[in-house]
Design a protein around this ligand. Structure first.
Ligand code: ZN
Ligand code: ZN
Length: 359
């Protein structure tokens, strides 16, 4: 596994050379973990073309020495001072940073402490782009994470009945996922009943489940550092004709998107396939978000399966496929799977069946 980190650092060194950078300041925890293995929450990483150095505080001294495949500097006080001192010592000139990750306060402080000859160059997304294509080890972690979430879902199903609170259902799902090996939920589990399911990112409430309503469950596990993401729909009581038709339309859009996933296709073309399918059913305006997103160390990563993202898909990318339709009074219907792009198309990692579950 240590070899993994070294090869990631080497690939980043190639990117630095291609962008004529002497170094890159990495400030996102997920990217620091990707490059070095360090899982603590307070660190900065300075990647040069020759090596990488992690800056962290004394609380993480032992943890860094156990986990980190980079040189380590333990800093008392602000990490940025020590990082600036290393930049001066190594006489680095062009130093990349990610404008979406480094705070303005840290940027200003760094800018003040660097010598005249050094320049801070915006270089966003270098590590994030590398993170898109997963190694075999990463794929097996995402697969395990998806299996854990699916099992927790299956184990929770028999408990769900009218009168139960959304929060109780969410607690049962999270509890079971943890017992099955998850470190935590990949994001705050969504359990949304009836009209509340019309909010694509609803938070569970103390409201009780009723009868004759939709129930949307969107959940994922974070296991061995890797996320999964899945949405399934239940119906409490017999679904109406309209609900069944809408559900069928979403399933067809989901299938159309799956069929569009293959190496060489653009991210936005997958979105277009789902949208075209829903448009044919007269539901274009009810589909209010993009079709999916990359995932891995974080639950939302590149690429974004939406209009304007022309990233070419490659074998080994991990994506979600999650078309949905939303109506203020009826609620929302979404079906979401975690998939891996394969040389021939894609493989679905979420084993839970996709039909509407009637309770
Ligand atoms: Zn989701
Ligand atoms: Zn998602």
């Amino acid at each position: 596994v240590r070899a993994d980190f070294q090869s990631r650092q080497r690939r980043l060194a190639c990117d630095l050379a291609a962008h004529r950078l002497d170094a890159l300041i990495v400030s996102s925890a997920a990217s620091i973990r990707y490059l070095s293995g360090f899982t603590g929450s307070h660190a900065l990483l300075l990647a040069t073309r020759d090596d990488s150095r992690l800056f962290t505080d004394p609380r993480y001294k032992l943890q860094a020495s156990l986990e980190c495949a980079a040189r380590i500097t333990v800093v008392k006080g602000p990490l940025i001072h020590s990082l600036a001192a290393w930049i001066r010592r190594l006489r680095l000139r062009r130093i990349g940073f990610d404008p979406a990750q480094l705070s303005y306060a840290l940027f200003q402080q760094l800018d003040r402490e660097l010598p005249e000859a050094a320049r801070l160059v915006p270089a966003g997304g270098l590590v994030e782009n590398r993170r898109m294509v997963k190694s075999a080890e990463e794929i097996s972690r995402i697969r395990r994470s998806a299996e854990t979430a699916s099992r927790a879902f299956q184990e929770t199903l028999p408990l769900i009945r009218p009168g139960m609170r959304e929060l109780e259902v969410a607690a049962e799902l999270d509890y079971r996922a943890r017992r099955l090996g998850a470190e935590r939920p990949a994001f705050e589990t969504i359990v949304a009943a009836g009209p509340r399911s019309a909010h694509p990112h609803a938070r569970p409430t103390a409201n009780c489940l009723g009868s004759n309503q939709l129930l949307l469950i969107d959940m994922g596990a974070m296991q061995d550092g890797y996320a999964s993401d899945m949405t399934r729909m239940l119906h409490l009581g017999r679904p109406s004709r309209r609900v069944r038709d809408l559900y069928q339309a979403v399933l067809e859009a989901h299938q159309a998107a799956l069929e569009a996933v293959r190496p060489g296709a653009t991210a936005e073309s997958v979105d277009r396939a789902a949208r075209r399918s829903l448009r044919k059913a007269g539901l274009a305006r009810a589909f209010v978000h993009s079709t999916g997103h990359g995932l891995g160390l974080e639950v939302h990563e590149q690429p974004r399966l939406g209009k304007g993202d022309v990233t070419r898909l490659e074998a080994g990318m991990a994506l979600t496929i999650e078309p949905g339709v939303y109506f203020e009074e009826l609620g929302g219907i979404r079906v979401e799977d975690t998939v891996i792009v394969t040389p021939a198309g894609c493989e679905i990692l979420t084993p839970t069946p996709r039909e509407l579950l009637v309770l």
